[in-house]
Design a protein around this ligand. Structure first.
Ligand SMILES: [Zn+2]
Length: 95
């Protein structure tokens, strides 16, 4: 699928039922990108590019759709660990 617009990413925080995910949102369309598919850390969260990263372009209209995609497509908790590990909050949730 070809996307003809140039996304203009801005940091965006998804918060659904206590699940918080930092990702990027396109300013133009307002669509939320999957942080794993586009490597949000690099695109808008100030991180470095990962060489050899296999980018995919997945966009969603609602927070819920993104959560569902991550659960179905990426297996959920893998990313929560990864993206929370850099935060300074000491709170641990679950195991
Ligand atoms: Zn994804």
């Amino acid at each position: 699928m070809a996307y003809t617009w140039e996304p203009r990413w801005e940091p965006y925080t998804v918060n659904v039922n206590g699940i918080i995910i930092k990702t990027c949102r396109d300013k133009v369309t307002g669509m939320i990108a999957c942080p794993i598919c586009i490597n949000a850390v690099e695109k808008c969260l100030g991180g470095e590019a990962i060489s050899g990263y296999k980018y995919e372009y997945s966009f969603f209209f609602t927070d819920e759709d993104l959560i569902k995609h991550i659960r179905d497509y990426h297996g959920g908790r893998i990313m929560f660990k990864k993206y929370h590990s850099g935060r300074r909050r000491g709170r641990r949730h679950g195991k």
